[in-house]
Design a protein around this ligand. Structure first.
Ligand SMILES: Nc1nc2c(ncn2[C@@H]2O[C@H](COP(=O)(O)OP(=O)(O)OP(=O)(O)O)[C@@H](O)[C@H]2O)c(=O)[nH]1
Ligand SMILES: [Mg+2]
Length: 395
């Protein structure tokens, strides 16, 4: 009996001693250099405040960033996204001809209206006035419309006939003279020396900057170039996501930072990456900004200046929405002052009969329209070809 009592006591003493040992071990701070035991997180409140963790003997079991809450998905950085096979877009050559039907659909009523008026039997003052009005309605601008009408009046008088084909040729020549076939419309995409060509894409909100950046990357990749994209629209996280989608489709790396990051630093990093990669072209998509907001316009100037510390900017493309007409012209003036616009990308020309803005913008700014957007599809961007444009208008 005594033996049993003694044995029981001994077991209790041993259990207490072992329990006490473990209690002391878990409470004891780990001395520097001492081997740390694997942290036990089970049962710990997940949202323990820092002071709670400190009270636990000063040993932080897991830094907050490493302690995923229960049920959390694996952090993005650990997921190796399956790289889809890059697409091979069609080359730039002949794009506008392929997209000509889009233009004809939206512009032909304007062209047909003009041709009908010009070949009508009674080409009196009223008819000429109507021709001028039609031109102005298409955003050609008063100066150009007046010039076209004056020239046509003289030529029709000299010609003496108003045969449909002859009148068409006269009008075609006049429109082409206004659009100017001698302008240099090449988009300067570089590279020069060991530096890539650098293109900045600017404009007011929603004109189609990101879409045009993505489409232009496709044009270049289709022509066998290597491209790096810079997501300098850091206003919204969705903006860089949008660009990433375009880049991923053609295998073009996209340099991006967190929402609210300095757009100039993103642009700088994109150009740096372009140089490191030996890319042919870097295209920088910028945030939409109202031309009336001085602060935002100053920021755009800064983006350009910062990029120029790394490489010259070869092209500043102003994206204008063709449907906005006269307002587009006002935007163009301000942007041209701030960042020295070198070319216009006129978008949404598929949805409007106001292609005359091409004439007005070029006349006012002396900057050529270099690209036209003719739809929402990924390959609906074409180098601007005045002859194809006028022929589409006149049917
Ligand atoms: N029909 C048509 N739609 C276009 C064209 N270009 C762009 N869009 C559409 O215009 C909308 C705006 O395009 P975005 O590229 O997001 O415009 P953004 O200028 O980047 O906009 P912000 O970054 O918000 O200033 C989208 O729905 C595009 O699909 C075009 O040539 N034709
Ligand atoms: Mg955008």
């Amino acid at each position: 009996m005594e033996i049993y009592l003694l044995a029981g006591l001994a077991i209790v003493v041993v259990l207490l001693a072992v329990g006490g040992f473990f209690l002391v071990r878990t409470r004891r701070p780990v001395a520097p250099g001492e081997e740390e035991t694997a942290p036990e997180v089970t049962g710990e409140p997940k949202s323990a405040a820092p002071e709670d963790r400190e009270r636990d003997g000063g040993v932080e079991l897991l830094p907050p960033a490493q302690a995923p809450p229960a049920g959390a998905s694996v952090p993005e950085a650990h997921v190796a996204p399956a790289e889809p096979e890059p697409e091979t877009p069609p080359p730039s050559a002949g794009r506008m001809v392929r997209l000509r039907a889009r233009l004809a659909r939206s512009q032909s009523s304007f062209g047909q209206g003009l041709l009908n008026l010009l070949s009508s039997s009674s080409l009196d003052d009223d008819a000429w006035e109507e021709i001028e009005d039609t031109l102005i309605t298409a955003d050609i601008g008063v100066t150009s419309a007046t010039q076209i009408v004056e020239n046509l009046r003289t030529k029709v008088k000299v010609l003496g006939t108003r045969d449909h084909d002859e009148v068409r040729t006269l009008l075609r020549d006049e429109l082409l003279a206004q659009i100017r076939t001698d302008a240099d419309r090449a988009v300067r995409t570089g590279p020069h020396g060991d530096r890539p060509g650098v293109i900045m894409v600017v404009g007011v909100n929603g004109t189609g900057k990101t879409t045009t950046t993505g489409k232009l990357a496709r044009v270049l990749v289709g022509d066998g170039r290597t491209v790096v994209l810079g997501a300098a629209d850091t206003f919204r996280a969705a903006a860089s996501e949008q660009l990433q989608t375009w880049g991923s489709r053609v295998g073009a790396p996209v340099v991006r930072k967190e929402e609210g990051a300095d757009p100039a630093s993103v642009a700088f990093d994109a150009v740096t990456r372009g140089i490191e990669d030996g890319a042919d072209t870097v295209i920088i998509d910028t945030a939409g900004r109202l031309h009336t907001k001085t602060g935002l316009m100053d920021e755009l100037g800064k983006v350009k200046r910062v990029v120029e510390k790394k490489s010259q900017v070869d092209e500043v493309l102003l994206v204008l929405d063709a449907t906005t007409g006269q307002n587009g012209l006002r935007q163009a003036r301000v942007f041209a002052e701030v960042v020295n616009v070198t070319g216009i990308a006129l978008t949404k020309l598929d949805g409007t009969a106001k292609g005359g803005i091409i004439v007005q913008v070029q006349r006012e700014l002396g900057v050529p329209v270099k690209l036209v957007g003719l739809g929402e599809g990924p390959d609906d961007l074409a180098p601007f070809d005045p002859e194809v444009f006028v022929d589409a208008i006149l049917g």
